[in-house]
Design a protein around this ligand. Structure first.
Ligand code: BG6
Length: 489
């Protein structure tokens, strides 16, 4: 890592697309504003369309301006940033297109190739880059998810890319790993002595991971209908969160130290089989309803025809290892849920024996650690506390949060909520792949997900309807209540 030069050029394939406009250009701009881009750093966007240089720069300015919002664009920073930009209209799947890019990059550079493209053409782009002799020892390639739709297709894509780039040059993005609070999970677990001794099945009762979105699928259905919530969210973001909660302490923050531990968790996930799929999983699909105070269409009417794609998944996941035996992880994610919330809740066990009796005994609530990732970044530890005042006899107890609100704790430049991609792009520039997903990790995750998808198919489990604006089908409540627990809504 340290002996690799910093990248000095980033080539954004799919440079006119949604991801580039909404996330990548704004992230690069903010990195520049904060002094993280070296003087000669260049940004080359490429797509098939022919685009005049001025029109391209105007497009980027609009995208960055939209993201900067009311704070606006600092004119000096924008001028510096605009000088870094250039655009090449080319078909990057052909050797001729790649050669045009090569000419635009010039000699002696250390480029990053960022593929914000349909994964189905990753292989062809890599071949074209190889044919144009553009895959040198210091070049890095960034791949967006989804890498494959199942284990087989993921292996194929990974193998095609591996023919051209060695694993240490491949950066597979999961943008959740760039989120501040996701990294904070590492700090919370491994920079405090407090939690680690308790972080196991002796003290923890269960874990809940919720990624709830209010948005529907809308015009993304051509992609979404082929993937569904299981492949779009669980295979990557949710399993990554689960891994960070469940992994053993890595020796250090080196890429392979962290990723080895995550892979061990993925290998310990209990496979879902046809025999238990109905008890450990729920599929749902939203129908018309009211979401965010407005009436919302159902998924099938957005899609324009019947579909058996799920827009909601709930799962009970068991990790078969010493630390987690008997501690279920409940996962749920869905579109058109009542609120946007990404949250990890660690539910501790009740005290082994209560010294309190009467009303105080009934007041007792087991401790819970709640990590909110979105929309707010907060950490709360729910602790039992004596309620102030006098009681006729004994005392009353109350559960109160010890809160760490990141918004309140930090002010100044570091308080700005960063786009997850800022951290990740900076890491690629510096050649640090700790927050990127290794090939075996992606493949192990697919292997487990394939088990769920196969069990659904074999048992004919169609998605159950739920009204837009509700917390998913009734089965999602039954799934967790079956073990005498409940979702924290
Ligand atoms: C993407 C999924 O990876 O993550 C989308 O494809 C989803 O369907 C999005 O909406 C959620 O990301 P975030 O950062 O808004 O929680």
């Amino acid at each position: 890592m340290a002996d690799q030069p910093l990248a000095d050029t980033i080539v954004l394939f799919g440079g006119t697309g949604d991801l580039a406009q909404k996330m990548l250009f704004p992230s690069l701009f903010f990195l520049d504003a904060d002094g993280f881009l070296a003087d000669g750093f260049r940004i080359i966007a490429t797509a098939r369309a022919e685009l005049e240089a001025d029109a391209f720069v105007a497009q980027v300015k609009e995208a960055v301006g939209a993201r900067a919002g009311s704070s606006g664009l600092d004119a000096k920073v924008w001028d510096r940033f605009a000088k870094r930009l250039s655009y090449v209209g080319a078909d990057a799947t052909t050797p001729d297109g790649a050669k045009e890019l090569r000419a635009a990059i010039g000699e002696g550079r250390t480029p990053i190739y960022y593929l914000a493209l349909s994964p189905s053409i990753y292989g062809r782009v890599c071949k074209a880059l190889a044919a144009a002799d553009m895959a040198g020892p210091n070049t890095r390639i960034v791949l967006e998810k989804p890498i494959g739709r199942d284990l087989e297709s993921s292996k194929l894509t990974n193998a095609e890319v591996a023919e051209v780039f060695p694993e240490e040059s491949i950066f597979r993005i999961d943008h959740y790993l760039g989120k501040e609070t996701v990294q904070n999970l590492l700090a919370l677990r491994f920079a405090n002595t407090l939690f680690e001794p308790l972080w196991n099945n002796l003290t923890i009762d269960h874990v809940q991971i919720t990624v709830a979105e209010t948005e529907g699928v809308g015009d993304r259905w051509p992609y979404y209908d082929e993937y569904g919530a299981l492949r779009d969210m669980v295979q990557n973001h949710m399993l990554q969160l689960l891994c960070l909660v469940a992994m053993e302490p890595p020796a250090d923050m080196e890429p392979d130290s962290v990723r080895n531990e995550k892979v061990k968790v993925l290998r310990s996930l209990r496979p879902v089989t046809r025999a238990d799929v109905q008890t450990v999983s729920v599929r749902g699909q939203y129908t018309a309803g009211v979401a965010g105070g407005q009436s919302a269409a159902g998924y099938e009417s957005e899609r324009g025809q019947a579909s058996d794609t799920e827009t909601f998944v709930a799962l009970r996941v068991d990790i078969d290892n010493w630390r987690w035996a008997g501690v279920p992880f409940f996962l749920r994610t869905g579109k058109r849920l009542p609120e946007r919330r990404t949250q990890i809740a660690i539910q501790f066990k009740p005290v082994p024996h209560s010294i309190f009796d009467g009303a105080a005994k009934a007041d007792m609530v087991a401790n819970r650690l709640v990590i909110d990732l979105q929309p707010d970044e907060d950490i709360e530890l729910l602790l039992m506390n004596k309620a102030p005042g006098l009681a006729q006899r004994g005392m009353r107890l109350q559960s109160l949060p010890l809160s760490l609100s990141l918004a309140k704790a930090y002010s100044g430049p570091n308080a700005r909520r960063r786009i997850a991609y800022e951290r990740l792009i900076l890491d690629v520039i510096q050649n640090n792949s700790t927050l990127f997903v290794r090939r075996d990790e992606v493949e192990r995750a697919w292997e487990w997900i394939d088990g769920v998808a196969d069990a659904w198919r074999e048992s004919g489990m169609a998605p159950k309807p739920y009204a837009a604006g509700s917390w998913g089908p009734a089965g999602a409540f039954a799934l967790i209540e079956r073990s005498d627990r409940a979702w924290y809504d």
